[in-house]
Design a protein around this ligand. Structure first.
Ligand code: FES
Length: 125
């Protein structure tokens, strides 16, 4: 670790780790706490205070449940899935989301998007 052992550099170290790995894992936190001579609680408290900037777990991949039922397939669900994959969105396939009259249908968490297109889905996820 190339940071001076002064606590003034903790934020810089956290930012670098977050940027490189997408999170500051518990093992990284232990290494940082030892390096900066901090209690784990102090470091956790600091990360909690800056929760918008640092996370202990990697962000979930962007994902959507996309209907592959016959009506949605007839309305372009296959093409939509391909388009989303090209935008690094994982498509979990599902048979009929119950919105056939508004096909193609997708679900992001509890939000039903119908008719769905890539722009509407990426706005939600
Ligand atoms: S077939 Fe897609 S919502 Fe029913």
């Amino acid at each position: 670790m190339s940071y001076p052992r002064r606590q003034a550099f903790v934020i810089a170290a956290l930012e670098d780790i977050q940027a490189q790995f997408g999170c500051v894992s518990e093992s990284s936190q232990r290494i940082l706490a030892a390096h900066f001579n901090m209690e784990m609680g102090e470091l956790e408290s600091l990360m909690a205070h800056c929760a918008d900037a640092f996370s202990a777990a990697p962000a979930r991949p962007r994902a959507v449940t996309l209907c592959q039922g016959p009506v949605c397939m007839a309305h372009g669900a296959g093409q939509l899935c391909q388009e989303l994959n090209e935008q690094d969105v994982d498509c979990e396939l599902h048979i009929c989301l119950g919105a056939c009259d508004r096909a193609p249908a997708a679900r992001c968490g509890r939000t039903l998007i119908a008719p769905a297109d890539a722009a509407a889905i990426t706005r939600v996820i």
